[in-house]
Design a protein around this ligand. Structure first.
Ligand code: GAL
Ligand code: MG
Length: 994
């Protein structure tokens, strides 16, 4: 029979087993059904022929597909990315008949000895719905893409050859509530296995831990349910329960089948994200002393409570330094390996992230086990979102319609039941972006009944009717302060999404953290999001790049809105993750009296002291180490602070001719399971400015040759030559030893390749103000030589502005050319805008140079080693760094402005013969690329970036901030670069190595 269950709203499943706790057992014989299956792809279920479902059908000519995988990534059907658009008209609850369908067939052999055993087939995730047939029998149906489904095949499998046929549909009625912002991907994309065990077995398990008032001793409460128990005489059955702590037995006790298991455990070690102690619980089922079944469960003693509007875990007030994570792999889409999951979790731990929201669906059970093991607080979210309805006249249409109640409730149960024993999960989230209505009320009631120990979360419940926490997304800093100050809804608050990490950004994280720390009811938040969803591709020239929405002729789409993670699609770290690590630091070091060496250390962990932290203090003059020392801060409890005196007064730290840097690193003394030895938790830098700056006196007495022609000016000695155009005022080039080093520039530059966070202001910048078309108009060019020709001062006055705009800059380039070839630049600008017409932010204020492409390497003193921007720079402390020029570009999969380094004192660019030195008495921002600014603006994919003929160097007075406006707030006022007067100085000098 061919069924139409996928388009029948009354049917959400057929014969699917009630969800139960996910268990690890010794007694399972697991027959993996992963691997190659035979596969036929159809454009509609109407093309399924009856014979495809029969065991005898010869499927040799069918394709072979890997299970688990997403069929679109194997060339079947079209990749499609939407944020919230459904792909078809809203005919709710119906989906179209041209519903892509994949038929999977597999044969496998069952041993005779397994014939009378229990045999359960378990699908960890099939997108979006499927019917299953075994040996010509119809077994059942399931929908719900990101949840486990199980069927009992005990009576259907035969000794020897068995044939399983799984018919998977891209869409089903519930597609209307699976409208998350991600690729539409289909197929058997998570594992499939057959579980073979005794007919009577431990089917369901619920372990709860409840502390006494002092949060010292705890009750261990265990509920067990057996499968097929009605078919057995249970009088001879009993349980043996063992609780083990690191090999040491804490409890070992027998219980009869019907007894209540409730044991007092004296002073157990507690589980928290910072100290994830897990006990091994073994539950054995005996029949007349013969072992029938044995479950291995991990138990974490922890209790979640809300008190006084605050969230406590084991009596400790908790701050979430969280991220949102989707399952993603740039090759396999939503099919992720255990290695991917573990890598994510390890990276989170190493970057001070303590919480993760499984946006927006339940994850593979292994993910939660890894969170238990390594220590992360989890908000586990139901697979439920009907965001597309926001674009209709009735966002609530589904959420408030009781026809959908079943689907909502079923998703609640299938969220909670499998993971009910995971200590890492501390909140259940009802779903995402689905408004609010009756179905959520029902769903939350059902969840509360199954599990009364965890908090309920759902951002769409804006009045906290059923939720325990008040959750908002993307509230800006000011709104967050207001939430902190006013006791709106009297519930603890979290930002379930904030700091949209699309492209270059987010900026403004530091201020978010400061606000979280200022108000008791604020419990932090979860950055959106962990990883870019780009799909790896290789172009005809063999260049690798990433695809996103619209690259597959998928329409309508949301373009690169899914490239919004802290990791690049291949799980490489983007600079923003380093900034997250710094801002999420659990230890804060503040300077009290720097010259004396007095500091304050604050413990921002929620549950542990700093006893395992070794502080390492390094005192440096640019790269030169002048002293170092270690210290400890013992017995400092969470939220407490201590003054540390390193007694540095005798070092006279401001008496050097250079600025002095005091860097304090906090490192783990003994390593954690997620870290290497001496893992750095955080660092802080303090600067003591020098009181005696060096004088720049030239000893050279050579005279300069100054040759003025009709429209050119040339200044040279035997080593260098500089040419100016007297009409445009431009410095045309600078050669050294006969080679052109500077091919063009400095040229004033107020533009940068737009970043994703500019998307809503770009029109204003471009269409209204034409900032991207600003041009330079020469006004006057003069020069003065001093009497002994030791230097020449060249001045070029220009106007810089955009066509038909009444605002403009009056700028001045001043070049002091010294007889040794060094140029001192003074670049300044005065705004002219009598009617205050210029309202936009300015992307940057600076100059650009084109340099010879023989430059390959760069060294600088400034922030680094990775890029920093005004509102995202605390993690990159000032030091001397060295990189190749190609390493100076951050390869955003959607190219944009990148690679800036802030607070820079000097830069040295090197060819094999010479170095070009740029230096300033104040600080500059700089970036250097093999690509031009125009390339970063025009290219839409990485493979389109073409190396420029010259090296592009930006020496900037300032850069605009980043913000996170692609979904969150724009730059904070103080980080907005305004149309304002500016003035800065730097020098340029070329030296050969000898
Ligand atoms: C939120 C949503 C996420 C994602 C994000 C933007 O509104 O919950 O799924 O769409 O915005 O990237
Ligand atoms: Mg959405």
């Amino acid at each position: 029979m061919i069924y139409n269950n996928w388009n029948n709203q009354k049917i959400t499943e057929i014969n699917r087993l009630e969800t139960r706790s996910f268990l690890r057992k010794e007694s399972y014989k697991i027959h993996p059904l992963n691997g190659k299956w035979n596969f036929l792809f159809l454009d509609s279920p109407k093309r399924i022929k009856e014979e495809y479902l029969e065991s005898k059908f010869i499927d040799n000519l069918w394709d072979r597909i890997e299970v688990p995988s997403c069929w679109q990534l194997n060339g079947y059907g079209n990749m499609h990315y939407t944020d919230l658009f459904y792909q078809f008209p809203i005919l709710e609850p119906l989906v179209p008949l041209n519903n892509p369908t994949g038929i999977y067939r597999k044969k496998f052999i069952l041993n005779k000895s397994d014939l009378d055993k229990s045999k359960i087939i378990r699908f960890y995730g099939v997108d979006s719905a499927f019917d299953i047939y075994v040996n010509n029998n119809y077994i059942g149906y399931s929908q719900g893409s990101r949840m486990i489904s199980e069927f009992d095949l005990s009576e259907d499998l035969m000794e020897g050859d068995n044939t399983i046929v799984v018919v998977v549909y891209k869409w089903n009625n519930d597609t209307y509530i699976e409208d998350q912002d991600m690729w539409w991907l289909s197929g058997i994309y998570r594992d499939v296995e057959l579980l073979i065990e005794e007919k009577i077995n431990i089917w369901k398990l619920k372990v709860e831990t409840k502390f006494d008032e002092k949060i010292a001793d705890a009750n261990l409460h265990i509920d067990i349910e057996l499968a097929n128990k009605d078919k057995f005489d249970l009088s001879k059955f009993n349980y043996k329960i063992t609780l083990i702590d690191n090999g040491k037995i804490i409890l070992r006790k027998e219980f009869s089948i019907n007894s209540k298991i409730n044991e007092l455990i004296i002073n157990p070690k507690k589980w928290s994200a910072e100290d994830p102690n897990l006990y091994n619980l073994e539950i054995e089922l005996y029949n007349n002393k013969k072992l029938v079944d044995k479950v291995y469960e991990k138990v974490g003693f922890r209790e979640i409570k809300i008190n006084d509007g605050k969230i406590y875990v084991n009596g400790n007030n908790i701050m979430f330094r969280g991220v949102n994570r989707h399952d993603h792999n740039s090759d396999s889409g939503r099919t992720v390996s255990i290695e991917d999951m573990e890598k994510d979790i390890l990276l989170m731990k190493r970057h001070n992230i303590n919480a993760v929201r499984t946006a927006h669906y339940p994850n593979h059970p292994v993910f939660y086990e890894l969170c238990d093991k390594y220590g992360l607080y989890v908000i586990s979210e139901a697979d439920l979102e009907c965001h597309g309805f926001e674009l209709t006249s009735n966002y609530k249409r589904i959420t408030d319609d009781c026809k959908w109640e079943n689907s909502y409730i079923s998703r609640g149960k299938r969220l909670v039941n499998p993971q009910i024993n995971r200590p890492s999960i501390i909140m259940w989230s009802l779903g995402n972006e689905s408004e609010f209505g009756k179905n959520f009320i029902k769903m939350s009631e059902v969840i509360k009944k199954i599990d009364g120990t965890r908090l309920i979360h759902y951002e769409g419940d804006v009045n906290c009717q059923v939720t325990d926490v008040y959750s908002t997304m993307y509230s800006n800093h000011q709104q967050l302060i207001e939430i902190g100050e006013n006791d709106i809804l009297s519930k603890p608050h979290i930002l379930c999404e904030y700091a949209h990490a699309m492209g270059n950004g987010p900026g403004g994280l530091k201020e978010y953290m400061e606000i979280f720390n200022s108000y008791d009811r604020l419990h932090g938040g979860f950055i959106w999001e962990w990883i870019d969803h780009g799909i790896k591709a290789i172009d005809e020239n063999g260049k690798e790049y990433y695809k996103y929405g619209g690259d597959y002729n998928d329409k309508p789409h949301n373009a690169n809105f899914n490239l919004d993670g802290l990791l690049f699609p291949n799980r490489e770290i983007s600079p923003s993750l380093y900034q997250v690590k710094k801002i999420y630091e659990p230890i804060k070091i503040e300077g009290i009296d720097l010259k004396k060496g007095v500091f304050k250390v604050k413990n921002f962990y929620n549950t542990i002291s700093l006893d395992n932290i070794q502080f390492h203090c390094v005192i440096k003059l640019s790269e030169k180490l002048i002293n170092e020392m270690n210290f400890k801060v013992e017995n400092l409890l969470p939220n407490q602070e201590k003054i540390i005196n390193l007694k540095l007064e005798n070092m006279n730290l401001n008496d050097f001719i250079e600025d002095c840097y005091i860097n304090i690193y906090a490192e783990l003394e003994s390593k954690e399971i997620w870290s290497k030895n001496k893992h750095e938790i955080t660092k802080e830098q303090f600067i003591i400015e020098s009181s005696k700056k060096a004088e720049d006196i030239s000893e050279d007495n050579r005279e300069l040759n100054i040759i003025e022609s009709f429209d050119k000016l040339a200044i040279s000695n035997n080593k260098f030559e500089i040419n100016f155009d007297k009409v445009t005022g431009n410095l045309l080039n600078y050669s050294y030893d006969g080679k052109v080093i500077v091919e063009d520039g400095p040229n004033l530059n107020f533009w940068r390749a737009p970043i994703d966070n500019d998307m809503y202001v770009l029109d204003n910048m471009k269409e209204k103000h034409r900032l991207h078309l600003m041009k330079e108009y020469p006004v006057t060019f003069t020069y003065i030589k001093n009497d002994n020709k030791k230097y020449v001062e060249v001045v070029s006055d220009v106007i810089v502005g955009a066509a038909n705009n009444e605002w403009l800059y009056k700028c001045k380039y001043k070049y002091l050319v010294n007889n040794n070839g060094k140029i001192n630049f003074t670049i300044s600008g005065i705004t002219l805008d009598s009617n205050l017409s210029m309202k936009s932010m300015i992307p940057r204020i600076g100059v650009r140079f084109d340099l010879s492409n023989e430059f390959k390497e760069v060294t600088w003193l400034g922030r680094g080693p990775y890029e920093t921007y005004p509102d995202s720079k605390e993690s990159g402390i000032i030091d001397v760094y060295n990189k190749t020029i190609s390493e100076m570009t951050t390869m955003y999969p959607y190219p944009q402005e990148n690679g800036n380094r802030s607070d820079v004192k000097w830069v040295e660019l090197k060819t094999s013969d010479i170095k070009l030195i740029i230096e300033t008495n104040s600080t500059i921002d700089f970036s250097v690329h093999e690509y031009s600014q125009e390339q970063f603006e025009e290219a839409e994919h990485l493979n389109e970036l073409m190396k420029d003929e010259s090296i592009n160097l930006n020496i900037d007075y300032a850069q605009n901030g980043l913000g996170s406006n692609s979904c969150g707030p724009g730059q904070l006022e103080k980080y907005k670069l305004k149309f304002k007067n500016f003035f800065y100085k730097f020098s340029l000098e070329v030296k050969s190595y000898d």
